[in-house]
Ligand binder design. Sequence first.
Ligand code: C5P
Length: 225
Amino acid sequence: MPGISAVVPAAGVGSRMQTDCPKQYLSLAGKMLIQHTVERLLSHPAINTVIIAIGAKDTYFAQTGLSEHPNVRVVLGGATRATSVQAGLEAVTTQWVMVHDAARPCITHSDIDALITHAQSHDDGALLAAPVRDTMKRANAQGRVAYTVDRQALWHALTPQMFLTQTLKQALIQADDTVTDEASAVEAIGGQPVLVPASASNIKVTHPEDKWLAEFYLSQQEGKS
Ligand code: C5P
């Protein structure tokens, strides 16, 4: 099938947020966080289906109305991010797939464009990423500095990450369940995905204070993305 599918793992409980509901359902600029994220993906012309993996005990998703969208599919996620993504991949019928965190609502179409261009010119796929800005320290068991890590070649791995669907399926079958991104699984089978610089606004809402920053970026991006 032509076009690209997007899998959105949203079966996490978001314990770092210290909120009553999982972070993907926080209210942000008048909508739930996941609605912003999925709408950004659905409105991109190259993405024809968004597959959302939700938790078995999820009581919030129904309120988003997203399951009524003709280009949205909903699947049951797993106990880890990797198993949630695997469940989503079962519903993918396109040659290429991107995986995007539910908790990154400020993703822009221009970053998605750059990702698609790089991924499709490289069999191992690509991921959005940000060069490390701060000096990096490796801690010892006592919480003291063991040594300083050279930040020159260090990047933060963001999402979306895009791969040939078959490659990602194969990689996740062989991967350890604890992988925290899809590129790690592809790396583990010998792949070298391309790092694509992303805009600084592509934050993951992880801690309570991130909500305000995400709302600021969303308001700045209104009508532009
Ligand atoms: O916890 P973290 O921010 O790393 O989660 C990243 C993404 O993976 C979130 O969108 C979360 O909902 C999702 N996830 C999942 N299934 C799990 C755990 C996390 O879909 N079992």
